[in-house]
Design a protein around this ligand. Sequence first.
Ligand code: PGA
Length: 239
Amino acid sequence: MKLIVGNQKTYLDRDKVLNFIEKTGKVDCSNVVICPSYPYFELFNNKSNFILGSQDVSETGLGASTGEVSAEQLKSFHVQYAIVGHSERRSYQHEDSNVLYHKIKCLLESDIRPIFCIGECLEERESDSTKDVIGKQILEVFDRLEKSEIEKIIIAYEPIWAIGTGITPVNDEIMDTTNYIKDLVNDKFDVSILVLYGGSVNKENISQLGEISAIDGYLIGGASTKADEFLEIMRENSK
Ligand code: PGA
């Protein structure tokens, strides 16, 4: 069974979260991580079986960082995974590899597994530079880490042009890029890294994506906010 990570972004208000939990929270979620907005951590902890994840983390620890949430604080809510470097944060918050490196260090020190997002934009894909772009995104961070740290990271390959658009690469393309990522990390750091695919995963394409043996799971945005659709994805994934 592949790992499912739901990134609920800022889609849901409190009533919608409660409704989502009511419909989904009691099913078997042993391989399903939900990353809600911070104010809803307690609701998911108290009322659901989902593994708790975070959409982000502060690049500094406990202290004077107004508006941030530190890895220690995440840990105190039993957060087990945290997304780092989502393309929306790279783009809107201008997070670069240096920031992402510090975020990953903070997470590892609190024993939270980073889900490190990488991916190319449409222009980069069309100029055939996908592998160069994602290789650089990986190495700029991994070159500063120990092997024992890299082993705890999960990579989420998310082509930016596939996020929220309803368009996905064909299976062969995802397979090829995933194998490139795995080979790169294996050759350079001697680590067998887990790789998730993200970008417009939904109930229509989940069984087709399930045929890609190289991927270890999915990072799901929009479809993770709709209870019925998410349940269908979970069911399909457990076949
Ligand atoms: P999407 O988002 O599933 O809505 O395309 C994926 C993501 O941003 O992680």
